[in-house]
Design a protein around this ligand. Sequence first.
Ligand code: ZN
Length: 241
Amino acid sequence: MRLAAISDVHSNLAALEAVLRDLHKRNPEEVVFTGDAVGYGPRPNEATALVAAECSALVAGNHDWALLGLAEPAYFNPAAKAAIEWTGKVLADRTRSVLAGLPLRATCVAGEVLLVHSTPTEPEEWRYISGTAAALPEFEKFQERLCIIGHSHTPFIAELTEDGTFRAYSERAPYITSSRYIINAGSVGQPRDHDPRAAYVLIDGDSIEVVRVAYDIGRTQREMQEAALPEGLIERLADGY
Ligand code: ZN
């Protein structure tokens, strides 16, 4: 399997372009997307178009749903809500129809891999699997061998071996075809694990890797300033949190 997974792009075009440049060098057979093309960042239309053009399987995230009026924005924090409102004003019809076409779950690699933004069951509840310990009970909740998620902006790899051994990894794991995995692809556009570089996941032969890619954070910050997006959202990109 040579599969790349990107997630939580959040309208950060500079980060997405850097990730795609890195990813194309590694030549995966398939690129998939686990939700949140928009929200927070400055270039929702371009980022969504690029995600749609590059990915063979895609699912919606809570920010994508909020833009469509499907997820209740009430539980968004004030900065996130302000960014959703700004995005709604600049969203092209074409972007809206791309977002409206995203399912909540999708499978790829001949049904072997499940894609959801939040959790394998009731993805529309937008619950968080906050780390590898919380991932263990989720293995009972899907049939596919792998489940790739996003949502928390913190990458991890959780493995359940054939004999029931549970293992957790933060950056790199062996890829064993008899094991099952829950993988959080991290975030392209707003990492929150104190590493400001964009993140994506690559499953390649016998390894699963969380790949980090440096990008022009200043460019995205300038674009956000021009759009008058909340200062806290602009600053946090440099902190990776
Ligand atoms: Zn997100």
